[in-house]
Design a protein around this ligand. Sequence first.
Ligand code: GLY
Ligand code: MN
Ligand code: MN
Length: 467
Amino acid sequence: MWGFCSSSLKKTPLPAVTAEMAKKRARKKIGLTEFVRRRRELMALMEDDSIAILPGALARFRNSDVEFRFRQDSDFHYLTGFDEPDAVFVLVPGREHGEAILFCRERDDQHEQWHGDVTGPERAMQLYGMDDAFPITDIDDILPGLIEGRSHLYYAMGADRDFDSQVIDWVRMIRSNGQPGTEPPGEFIQLEQYLHELRLFKSAAEIELMRRAAEATVRGHIRILKNVEPGMLEYELEAELYHEFVMAGARWPAYPAIVGGGKNACTFHYICNDDVLCDGDLVLVDAGGEYENYACDLTRTFPVSGRFTKAQVAVYEVVLKAQQAAIDAVKPGNTWNEPHDAAIREVTLGLVDLGILKGDIDNLLKSEAYLPYCPHKTGHWLGLDVHDVGDYRVNGQWRVFEEGMVTTIEPGIYFGVDQDDVPADYRGIGIRIEDDILVTRTGNEVLTAAVPKAIGEIEALMGGGGH
Ligand code: GLY
Ligand code: MN
Ligand code: MN
């Protein structure tokens, strides 16, 4: 028999949900009703006789007893809004005693003295709309009983070795129970394929949070455009960015900022950010804030001195034209690859104009002659993750854009210092321009449009005089 034990072992009386706690939650833009709706949508995609199990992120140590700042797993956050470590969420469609079940840390005076408030199972039911909640320490006693008799088990197989073996242990416990009629599930199904399809389409509340992330990010980028000077260190720009992000409520960067001066811009995920910014060089800044778990992802490339050189202008105009062509191709009915095709066409035309490629455009495109200078894709989905979830192909075909999707558009051209097939003036130039694009009913909206990217606008903002 699997027992259901009492869900709290709290030592001191449990405080009620105060008005202040309610207010703190009210400030969040994703409301409880939306989390409940997401669970319902997922359950509608699941088999009747099924159960889904989703582990939250674990706390990780940085060194000795110091933890990394906790960031909830995005799938877990999407379904629960519950951002504490050591939690497992379970959905059991049609369960008489409630479908949404949370296992989480119990309240503990001593722990809370050091680390602050813990929600605990009782309050998780009130605050997060759970039908049932239990201490995480009781999961081995309770979860096998929930799995038992369900014929389909949904979870992220292979994503986490420890959790895989925990799931197998629970199934083994059911098998070894030996009672007639206690069957483990016959089918294990990947949960992500359903969950990630839901996450791909952003609701009005999610778009609102992404706008906030974009606003904070825009402020950061404008601040550095106004303040960069030759002789500064790359990480000084990083500091200026983060200042604005946090002041605008984006408490954390969505990913480590890339601030690459000169040739450092040619290293795609350059995050050392410890070089000196030199007069005459460009600096590529790829940085975005995260607001209530939603990401912004924005890149601008601009001259450290405030004024582009002739060679920089020539390359920059190609990337800008490619980016605009790609943005124009983001609209309902177009496929996900159309922006990329539009961008590489402009890049290839530009490389011919710069004298770097020679020949017929269609042949150059067919042979992917642009690849040594433009080696990455033009975008990716954006949402709770900076490289967000969602399939790019459906049944082997590129996915069609639909309202509510958000993608980045970020073509780049990079000429390494050793690339001797490129005129010397262009070597060591790396340029990427990136914006976040919301697909609307009739076309698109650029969420990050407020940071200038035309050469004249950048130079005017930087006070370097116009071209
Ligand atoms: N910031 C990483 C990227 O643009 O994909
Ligand atoms: Mn980026
Ligand atoms: Mn990106």
